[in-house]
Design a protein around this ligand. Structure first.
Ligand code: UDP
Ligand code: MG
Length: 337
C-alpha cells in the first residue's frame, strides 16, 4: 500500500525577497535547475514551482517576478505584500499562500546551498515532515554577525527557548506540518523556534554557508535586534519571572536591613532621632513594591501565554488515512481548483 511516496508530490520553494533585484534572476535560474533535476530524478511532480514573496520592495524586484512568471507561469509564481513586513512575515505569507504537498523556504541571496534541497527531499521521502538545514560553517558571515548570533542563541537556550543550533529559516515542511503551523495565530513570529515545537518527525541536512551572491544584507543591525527581541519576548516569560526573584531578594534584604535599623535605634547611640522611623517604612514599602511587581509579572506571563492561543495539540494522522497517498494528493488538488 506504500506507493512511491514523493514522485507525485508537488514542491514549492518559497523565497522571501526584499529589494533583491540584483540576485533575483540568477536565483530563479538556479532554483529552476534544482527543481528540474529533482523532477528528472523522479523525486517531485513536474508541476513543482518557485513561489517568490515580494516583501514590499522599492526596487525592480516585483517587475522581475512578473517577468519570470510571464515567461514560465508553471515554474515561477509570486505574491507581493502591500508593504515591507519583515522576513518572518514574508515567510508566513508564502507558507499561507503555498498549496503544494511540500515546501522549502530559502533566502533569495542563496547563501544557503540550494543543492541541499535534493537531500532534504530524500529525507522527506524517508518519512520526515520537517527537514532543518544546518550551516556547517559561518565563515562567510562577518565576525560581528557570527559572535552576536552565537551569543543570542546561547541566551535563548538559557531562557528555555527550544531552537535547533545552526538552523535559520532554510527548511523543508510537509503539508501536515504546514497546516499545523498555520494553526498558530500569534503575530510576533519567530519561526525557527515555532517549527521545532510542532512535534513532527524531523531530520537535518548540513551544508556550508557561502556569502551573498550580490547586493547587500537586508538585515541591518536594527532589524537583527528586532528579531532578537521578538525571539525572546515572544517565547519566554523568564525575564518576568526574574523580576519576581529580584523582588524576593530585595525584600529579604530590606527585612534584614530593617531589623538592623531597629536594633541600631534601640540599642546603640549611633543613630539620630527619626532615622529608624524613616528607614523602616521605606525598606518595608520598597520590598513590598518589588514583590507586587513580581506578582503582576506572573499574571502578565499568564496573559502572554493565553493571548497566543497556541493549539493545545496537533493531530498527526487518522487511522486509515495517509497524507502522502495519491488519493490525499488528488483531494488537495481538487480543493485548490
Ligand atoms: N528579507 C525580507 N524582508 C526584510 C528583510 C529581508 O523578505 O525586511 C529577505 C531577504 O530578501 C532575504 C532574506 O530575507 O531573502 C534574508 O535576508 P538577508 O540575506 O539580507 O539576511 P542575512 O543573510 O544578511 O542575515
Ligand atoms: Mg543572506
Amino acid at each position: 500500500m506504500e506507493e512511491d511516496m514523493a514522485s507525485g508530490d508537488r514542491l514549492q520553494i518559497i523565497v522571501p525577497c526584499y529589494n533583491e533585484e540584483q540576485v533575483l534572476q540568477s536565483t530563479a535560474a538556479t532554483l529552476a535547475s534544482v527543481i528540474e533535476s529533482c523532477i528528472s530524478a523522479g523525486l517531485i511532480a513536474p508541476s513543482s514551482a518557485v513561489l517568490f514573496v515580494d516583501d514590499g520592495s522599492s526596487d525592480q524586484t516585483w517587475r522581475l517576478i512578473e517577468d519570470l512568471h510571464a515567461a514560465d507561469p508553471q515554474r515561477f509564481d509570486g505574491v507581493r505584500l502591500s508593504a515591507n513586513r519583515g522576513h518572518q512575515a514574508a515567510l508566513w505569507a508564502g507558507l499561507s499562500t503555498a498549496d503544494a504537498d511540500l515546501v522549502v523556504s530559502i533566502d533569495a541571496d542563496l547563501q544557503d546551498d540550494p543543492q541541499a534541497i535534493v537531500r532534504m527531499i530524500k529525507e522527506y521521502d524517508a518519512g520526515a515532515d520537517v527537514v532543518f538545514g544546518l550551516r556547517s560553517n559561518r565563515e562567510s558571515d562577518g565576525w560581528f554577525k557570527r559572535s552576536s548570533a552565537t551569543l543570542f542563541y546561547r541566551l535563548l537556550r538559557l531562557l528555555g527557548v527550544n531552537i535547533v543550533p545552526q538552523h535559520a529559516d532554510f527548511r523543508l515542511m510537509s503539508r501536515p506540518a504546514i497546516d499545523a503551523l498555520l494553526q498558530y495565530s500569534e503575530s510576533n513570529l519567530f519561526l525557527r523556534a515555532l517549527v521545532p515545537q510542532l512535534g513532527f518527525a524531523t531530520a537535518q541536512v548540513s551544508y556550508p554557508r557561502t556569502s551573498r551572491a550580490a547586493g547587500t544584507t537586508k538585515y541591518p543591525i536594527g532589524k537583527m535586534l528586532g528579531l532578537a527581541i521578538d525571539g525572546i519576548t515572544s517565547w519566554s516569560v523568564a525575564p518576568l519571572r526574574a523580576i519576581g526573584l529580584l523582588g524576593l531578594t530585595v525584600s529579604a534584604m530590606a527585612f534584614l536591613l530593617g531589623l538592623w535599623a531597629l536594633w541600631a535605634a534601640l540599642f546603640t547611640h549611633a543613630t539620630i532621632p527619626g532615622w529608624a522611623s524613616i528607614m523602616l517604612p521605606l525598606l518595608f514599602s520598597q520590598g513590598l513594591q518589588f514583590i507586587f511587581l513580581g506578582l503582576i509579572g506572573e499574571y502578565i506571563g499568564k496573559i502572554f501565554v493565553e493571548t497566543k492561543r497556541r493549539p493545545k495539540f496537533i493531530i498527526r494522522a487518522r487511522a486509515g488515512t495517509n497524507p502522502r497517498s495519491a488519493a490525499a494528493r488528488a483531494e488537495r488538488a481538487e480543493k485548490v481548483n
